[in-house]
Ligand binder design. Structure first.
Ligand SMILES: Nc1ncnc2c1ncn2[C@@H]1O[C@H](COP(=O)(O)OP(=O)(O)OP(=O)(O)O)[C@@H](O)[C@H]1O
Length: 230
């Protein structure tokens, strides 16, 4: 269970509040207008954004101040790959930041690359990959880290519709295998309907409690109607 407990963040004119729980294994889309605080919410959960009040807990325990020690994997918009490292090294970082992998760990990296459809591409550099392949590398790293919470901040925004659908299907398969809890920021409400059973609406300075996706679209609140453009 992920608990956002009376959270408050203040940054100049901007503020964000939140007080809700997300059950384990649930897939949540984080939707809302530009600048509303979707990325800020994910950064707070990941430990990159300090809170001015409240706390964030996993399984009723306060999470570490150190983002690397949290039970979380995060993929950012640019898929955060290091350009000077190979694909296999970028994935290996998920296991060991110093890249001194054992033979068994090298084998796990190779397995993860096979799982995401990148067999034989471990020696390439990110510049030698397509956008879809780069997204797959980021997901292979997530798979190896094997954390119970996955945060995706618009990771497939730059991909065309067909590739994006392929990546969402891969994320769904990986979540089916790992049982991880997902929070995914997206600008496309269709993503929410394809992958997520709940929606957290971030608007008006608040990250609202999750609502069933069907309910959100069948009966959208005013701010959601504005956001959806109808
Ligand atoms: N360091 C900062 N100091 C003050 N305000 C900031 C800072 N960083 C971000 N903001 C503001 O915080 C607000 C929330 O930004 P955030 O990136 O979380 O929104 P978002 O909903 O993810 O937006 P988008 O959909 O455009 O990516 C924005 O209004 C932004 O201008």
């Amino acid at each position: 269970m992920l608990t956002v407990d009376t959270m408050r963040i203040e940054m100049g004119d901007f503020s964000l509040a939140g007080d809700f729980k997300i059950a384990p294994g649930v897939r949540v889309a984080v939707l809302g207008p530009s600048g509303a605080g979707k990325s800020t919410l994910l950064a707070a959960i990941a430990g990159f954004q300090p809170l001015d009040a409240g706390q964030i807990l996993w399984d009723a325990q306060l999470m570490s101040k150190d983002p690397a020690a949290r039970p979380i994997s995060m993929v950012f918009q640019d898929n955060n790959l290091f350009p000077h490292l190979t694909v296999a090294q970028n994935v290996g970082l998920g296991l060991r930041p110093n890249l001194r992998l054992t033979a068994e760990e090298h084998a796990r990296v190779a397995q993860a690359l096979i799982r995401v459809g990148l067999e034989g591409m471990g020696d390439r550099k990110p510049a030698q990959l397509s956008g879809g392949q780069i997204a797959r590398v980021a997901l292979a790293r997530v798979l190896l880290r094997d954390r119970p919470v996955l945060l995706l901040d618009e990771p497939f925004g730059a991909l065309g519709p067909a590739l994006k659908a392929e990546m969402l299907a891969l994320v769904r398969d990986l979540l089916d295998e790992t049982g991880a809890t997902l929070l995914m920021v997206s600008h496309d409400p269709v993503d929410a309907r394809v992958l997520c059973e709940q929606v957290v609406l971030v608007a008006g300075g608040e990250a609202h409690a999750p609502v069933a996706t069907e309910e959100m679209f069948a009966n959208p609140p005013e701010v959601m109607r504005e956001y959806l453009g109808h």
